[in-house]
Each structure stands twice: as structure tokens, then as C-alpha cells.
Design a protein around this ligand. Structure first.
Ligand code: AMP
Length: 136
């Protein structure tokens, strides 16, 4: 069982900010900046691609509201929403979670972004195969 499942079961305390039928939001104990918030579905899934439409919709419904609260309280005008899937993608807790991370001066999320350039033939191939995958 993950640490977030234990939080959901009330076995471990958290600094709860918001809760509804499908979603819990609480402060990250290792914040990248003041007000760093975690938003999790109550559904116990490790990765976002495994999430039910209902859980996904419930998170999508509250994320903007929670972001507004983080902005209002911290004074941040910029923030990142981060959602890691898989250890190789920096996921440490294997229960879906969204980080809301205010950018406060130099505090916040540091992003490495090694952009390439999109090749036209590869783009056409990707569009075709992704659309096929979506229709399966
Ligand atoms: P990730 O690398 O996306 O899996 O991030 C996991 C996050 O969970 C980290 O930012 C941790 O600081 C945070 N975290 C781990 N345990 C707890 C906990 N008990 N309460 C609040 N946040 C936690």
C-alpha cells in the first residue's frame, strides 16, 4: 500500500486543504515552494492512464479552483502543475498525484527542457498511429 493510500484511510496524518467524494488535496511535506499542494484521486491507481473517467473528471473539475486558492494565499502569479508517471519520470509515490507548485522568486519547480524539432514525416506517422490507438 502507498503512503497516499494510508493518508486516504486516515492511518497517516496530512495537512488537508480540500476533500470531496473523489479527490483529496493536501500540502506536500517536502515543498519546492511555500504552498506546494498535492491533489490525488481517492481511486488507488499508480498512473494517470489507469484512472477512471470519473476520477479524472473530478480532478479536472477542482484543479483550477485549487490553483486559484494557492495563488491567492501565496501571492504567486505563476505556478506549475506537475504529474509524474513512472519511476523513470521521477514518480516516487505510486498513487496518482498532481503537484500544484507556486513559482515564488527562484523557489518552485526547476524544468529541464531539451527541445528537439518535429519532423514532418514523423508527425504524420504519430498522428495516424495515435488516432488509431485512441479509437481502439
Ligand atoms: P513524486 O516524485 O511526483 O512521486 O512526488 C511525491 C511527492 O509526495 C513528493 O513531493 C513528496 O514530498 C510528497 N510526499 C511524500 N510523502 C508525503 C506525505 N506523507 N505527506 C505529504 N506529501 C508527501
Amino acid at each position: 500500500m502507498t503512503i497516499f493510500a494510508k493518508i486516504l484511510r486516515g492511518e497517516i496524518p496530512c495537512h488537508r486543504v480540500y476533500e470531496d467524494e473523489h479527490v483529496l488535496a493536501f500540502l506536500d511535506i517536502g515543498p519546492l515552494s511555500d504552498g506546494h499542494l498535492l491533489v490525488i484521486p481517492k481511486e488507488a491507481k499508480a498512473h494517470i492512464h489507469e484512472l477512471s473517467d470519473d476520477s479524472a473528471a473530478a480532478i479536472g473539475r477542482v484543479l483550477p479552483r485549487l490553483a486559484r486558492a494557492v495563488m491567492a494565499v501565496t501571492g504567486a502569479t505563476a505556478y506549475n502543475i506537475l504529474q509524474n508517471n513512472g519511476a523513470a519520470a521521477h514518480q516516487a509515490v505510486m498513487h496518482v498525484h498532481f503537484h500544484i507548485i507556486p513559482k515564488l522568486g527562484s523557489a518552485g519547480l526547476g524544468v529541464g527542457w531539451n527541445a528537439g524539432s518535429l519532423d514532418a514525416a514523423r508527425a504524420a506517422e504519430l498522428v495516424k498511429s495515435m488516432q488509431a490507438a485512441l479509437s481502439r
